[in-house]
Each structure stands twice: as C-alpha cells, then as structure tokens.
Design a binder for this molecule. Structure first.
Ligand SMILES: CSC[C@H]1O[C@H](OP(=O)(O)O)[C@H](O)[C@@H]1O
Length: 330
C-alpha cells in the first residue's frame, strides 16, 4: 500500500528559534517558506493567510507567543496582537489561552506550543482513522475550502478522512469547490490531493448543486472553524449553502473537527464572522473584475445549523450535532 506523503505546513526550528511556514499564498505554483523570527511576523502570517485553517492558526499563534517569550517581548502585548489577527476560528484563542496559562504558572510557553503542535498531529490522524469508516468504496466526495494538511499540522480534518479512506484502499474520487474568493479549494485542496495521487477535480462553487442534482455526489465532508455546544458550525463561506443543498438532495453532510474547534461557552451572538478586505473579491490576480465604485461583501465564514449536519467526526468518535453528544466528548 502506498505511503502517505505527510505534508507539514508548520515547522519549528529549535536551533534558530524560528517558525517556518509554507507560504500558502504562493501555492500551487511556488513552494516557498515564510520565516517568522518574532511574534509580529506570526501575527502578519495569520492575518494575511500565509498560514490559515483553524488548527494551523492555533499552532502558529502558540509559537508566536513562544517567540515573544524567547525574545523578551511583552507577553501580554504579544498575546493581544496575536489574538486580534482573525476573529472566528476558536483554535486561535484556545491555543493562546493555553500558552498564557503556562506562562502565568511559570512554565515554558515554547514547551506548551510544542505540545499543542504534537497533539494537533495526533488528533488529525485519529480523525482520519475514525472518519474513514464512513466512506464507502466508489464514493465521490465533495469538499469545500481546504480542511487539509495545509489547514492543520498534518493530515487535515476533512482531508484526513479522505486520505485514510484512500490509503485503506477505497476507490474514491474527490470534487473540490474552488472556494472564492481566496480559492483554497482550487489552490490548496487540489494541490494536496494531486500531490498524494488522490483523484480530484475542481469545480466552481456554483457547480456543486448541479452535481448533487445529477446524483454525482455521494457524501460531503467539510472542516470547521468553530462549533458551538448546540452543534452550530462556523466554517468557510459557502458551507451553509452546501448543507442546504445536501439536505434537499438527501446527501450525508459531515463536519470533521478536533475538540480544539469546539466552543462550549459562546452563543451565536458572541461569534464574530470575519469580514475581509473587499479587494479579495473585487480583484483576481491583481486584475479588477468589478466596476470602480461598486462595493462587495467579503464574509470569510458562515454558520450552519445542526439540523443540516449528519454527523461531526472528532478524534474521540463520530457524534450527532447535539448538546448531549458534544458534552460527552469532555
Ligand atoms: C481544518 S479547519 C479549516 C477551515 O479553515 C478555513 O478557513 P481559512 O482558510 O479562511 O482559514 C476553512 O473554513 C476550513 O474549513
């Protein structure tokens, strides 16, 4: 059986005390690294999506706070700057709070960041091993955005399920929504799966419904950026539309996410859905596609209610998106 390629977008250089990130803005055409020498480099990398994806953002921010400790910077200032990079993915806050707690207890932030990094790798592996049981030989699976190795420390979440199904010998095909405006599906998911030799085709976001109507999609698996205790899922913009279409067509809709993406405290009114620069919508590769003077909406995420979700795949098992099931995870 073929060996997984084990793509790692986040590398801590313990000799130089630097954080090395694959610069995902340059994929798929160039494989370049972005070196973070201090916490401000990490904050920039998260905000400008050098590194993106809920778990990957959390791990990177943890190393960002470790860099502040190593360089003798004001830890609380670094914490606040890192915390304010992106508002929706809860892993960012979970990881920073875990590192700040270590610091306040007199423990090394770097050691805590390394633990968070290692845990993320193991967690994503378990999500794949558990979730692949839902995949049947011959399935065509639709996914949205990138919930792959490039969104985590390794393996991914939704793409970990796909990877493990493939490497366990299931003949699957993947359909990747391009995912406007930042095109994570076209540029990152297609890159990852093609790199591994997993059959993948890219579609425009508008094509997903038509393929469902034609009966060409067997399952849908996406990632998540925040899951509330009632099972509401915040994920890349367009996820909600897919979930409604899946319900209409009777197609199973799965969310794959680690426990670090669950937010048991917040309610919907507390969650900020990130709005990004309009220019991400108004321009493609530097060319303006919308008339001057015409504005855009650029919501980075949307919310999907639990009644549209078949199940949530976690490192502790597959659960229904219900409060009683979610609370049993802890
Ligand atoms: C494994 S979580 C990945 C999650 O994060 C992505 O958002 P972004 O690329 O803006 O960080 C997207 O919502 C993915 O599902």
């Amino acid at each position: 059986m073929k060996k997984m390629k084990d793509l790692r977008p986040i590398i801590w250089d313990d000799d130089k005390k630097e954080l090395i990130l694959i610069d995902q803005r340059k994929l798929p055409n160039e494989l370049e690294y972005f070196i973070c020498k201090n916490y401000k480099d990490v904050a920039y990398a998260i905000k400008d999506m050098v590194v993106r994806g809920a778990p990957a953002i959390g791990v990177s921010a943890a190393y960002g706070l470790a860099l502040a400790e190593i360089r003798g910077d004001d830890i609380y200032k670094a914490y606040n700057i890192l915390k304010n990079t992106r508002p929706t993915a809860v892993n960012l806050f979970w990881a920073l709070d875990r590192c700040l707690k270590a610091y306040n207890e007199g423990r090394s932030i770097l050691d805590e960041a390394k633990k968070i990094h290692e845990e993320d790798i193991e967690t994503c592996k378990k999500i794949g091993m558990i979730g692949e049981k839902l995949i049947e030989d011959g399935d065509t699976i639709l996914t949205h955005c990138n919930a792959g190795a490039l969104a985590t420390s390794a393996y991914g979440t939704a793409l970990s399920v796909i990877r493990f199904a493939y490497y366990n010998g299931k003949k699957i095909k993947v359909i990747a929504d391009e995912t406007r405006p930042r095109l994570q599906g076209a540029k990152l998911t297609a890159f990852e799966l093609n790199y591994e030799g997993i059959p993948v085709k890219v579609i425009t976001d508008n094509t997903a419904g038509f393929l469902m109507q034609k009966g060409e999609i067997d399952k849908i698996i996406v990632g998540a950026d925040r899951i509330l205790v009632d099972g509401t899922v915040y994920n890349k913009i367009g996820t909600y539309s897919l979930a409604v279409l899946a319900k209409y067509h009777g197609i199973p809709f799965y969310v794959a996410a680690p426990l670090s993406t669950f937010d048991l405290k917040s309610s919907e009114k507390d969650v900020i859905i990130e709005e990004r620069d309009e220019r991400e919508v108004a321009y493609i590769d530097g060319v303006r596609i919308i008339p001057e003077g015409v504005g855009c909406y650029n919501y980075a995420f949307d919310k999907t209610p639990p009644d549209l979700i078949t199940a949530i795949i976690t490192e502790k098992g597959i659960i229904k998106p219900k409060k009683e099931d979610i609370l049993k995870l802890y």
